[in-house]
Design a protein around this ligand. Structure first.
Ligand code: ADP
Ligand code: ASP
Ligand code: MG
Length: 448
């Protein structure tokens, strides 16, 4: 039995819906379907989820202005645009369905007390209704089966019980992705891209044989196709490798999507809706299959800054590191990496989050450890080179450095995880793409 999740671009219009319908109907094992909201139809288009966030902002502005008709007209404009996206799909598919009542309710709730999560969740909710109608499957509102605890944490065990019971006697169903609800019924969403997580939760609850995740690329690729032209496909990747890559920006699959299926050892198969004949990528717990290259994949993120803290004899001061990290903790910042020397320590954080708290963090560090100097480096990128094969291969780091030196890139930071599954390199934002190309080139193209 298979659980199938379709991403936004796979459901952007009626033509894509038809491809999806064909995929589902071609295999009777595909019994539980998790749709995202309609994504971009062409480059430059806006995802329905983003339109819904706009609608929420417009409703808030209208509410603050005590229902000023001009502000309400802005909201109605956005809602009309969203409605036309669904109408285009409904008309294109020729199904008999009206979402009029749904839109009346959504508008009323937005002008009431509905929050941002409720607004965003309607993209998946409505698409689920359309999908269920098109396939002739039962529709199950995710708010009834995906449960969040009061603090916003996903309640995996309660959800699993409720969902397993609910699906036990239902042969075929559509469960929209991305959202669930608190016990009191208020809707809550996962972070962006979270429909991947819902698919995994459903796969666990029904103990699927496979969780198929259908998207617009033929699998997990060795590097981001927006940076490397036609990158090689990864045939098999482990959950842990995937998590490293996903966290570092390989956005194909949400980084948290592996947790539910991992408990049951269910493999994930990434597939291409536009090329269903391609085998895609298998994501598994463990495998004897070696990856084709020494490295499995490369991913990276831009927009970090490094806070360098210098103090003579810091190495002999017990508790120094803890106190520095406390300065970040009290400002609710999580850190990415923390390389250190004898008299210096550096903390990498996301620049966007750091920027507004910068001076507070700096003074907290001064107060706690009295450093000689603090120096902040900005606009840095982190690149992760990931591979289960690196542990047993000599010279991987050396080859990365040689490749980057050859491309005239200055390395700002190096960090190798203790699992030897990854090597993280810090470079300037400006060198980001060149660095990824240089690494890809040496391990994949030339295999020097
Ligand atoms: P969906 O809407 O189906 O959830 P996403 O946009 O979330 O799809 O993820 C697929 C996209 O991820 C691809 O179109 C591609 O641009 C991007 N991507 C980034 N890194 C990679 C990678 N290593 N392999 C494949 N795709 C990648
Ligand atoms: N529609 C949501 C988003 O755009 C969730 C998803 O696509 O997985 O983030
Ligand atoms: Mg996605």
């Amino acid at each position: 039995m298979k659980v199938v999740k379709f991403g936004g671009s796979s459901l952007a219009n009626a033509e894509q819906f038809e491809k999806v319908g064909e995929i589902i109907r071609s295999d009777s094992e595909r019994r539980y379907v998790v749709p995202s909201a309609p994504g971009k139809r062409f480059s430059g288009d806006t995802k329905v989820t983003d339109l819904l966030y706009q609608a929420h902002a417009a409703a808030e502005a209208a509410n603050e202005a005590s229902g000023d008709p001009e502000k309400i007209a802005v909201l109605d404009g956005v809602l009309a645009e969203i409605r036309s996206r669904y109408q285009e799909i409904i008309d294109g598919l020729g199904i008999d369905l009206s979402l009029e009542q749904e839109f009346v309710t959504i508008r009323r709730n937005l002008l009431g007390s509905a929050d941002k999560d409720y607004a965003a969740s309607r993209g998946e909710y409505l698409n689920g209704i359309v999908m269920a109608n098109y396939l002739g499957y039962e529709f199950i509102d995710a708010a009834e089966v995906i449960i969040f605890a009061g603090d916003g944490e996903f309640d995996s065990e309660k959800t699993n019980d409720v969902l397993a019971k609910r699906l036990k006697d239902i042969d075929r169903a559509v469960i929209p992705g991305f959202y669930g609800a608190y016990e009191d019924g208020r809707v809550h969403t996962f972070s962006r891209g979270g429909s991947d997580i819902t698919g995994s939760i459903v796969a666990r609850a029904v103990r699927a044989d496979v969780y198929e995740n259908w998207t617009d690329v033929s699998g997990f690729l060795v590097a981001d196709p927006r940076i490397i032209e036609n990158p090689q496909r990864i045939e098999t990747i482990t959950y842990r490798e995937l998590r490293e890559l996903a966290y570092m920006g390989a956005s194909v699959l949400h980084e948290d999507a592996i947790f539910p299926v991992r408990r049951e050892g269910i493999p994930i198969n990434i597939r291409n809706t536009n090329h269903p004949e391609d085998e895609g990528t298998w994501i598994v717990e463990s495998t004897v299959k070696k990856s084709k290259y020494i490295i499995t994949g490369i991913a990276g993120k831009q927009g970090f800054c490094a806070i360098n803290i210098d103090k003579d004899m810091m190495n002999s001061e017990i508790g120094f590191g803890r106190k520095v990290l406390q300065a970040f903790e009290e400002n609710e910042l999580s850190f990415e990496h923390m390389p250190s020397g004898i008299d210096t320590m550096t903390v990498f954080v996301e620049q966007d989050q750091f920027i507004e708290k910068e001076q507070r963090v700096v003074s907290a560090i001064h107060r706690r450890v009295h450093p000689d100097t603090i120096y902040i480096d900005s606009d840095l990128a982190l690149i992760a080179v990931v591979g289960r094969g690196m542990k047993s291969t000599r010279g991987t780091a050396g080859r990365i450095f040689a490749a980057l030196a050859h491309a005239h890139i200055n390395i700002r930071m190096i960090d190798q995880g203790s699992s030897e599954l990854n090597i993280i390199i810090g470079v300037d934002n400006a060198d980001f793409q060149t660095a990824i190309r240089a690494i890809y080139d040496i391990f994949v193209t030339t295999q020097m």
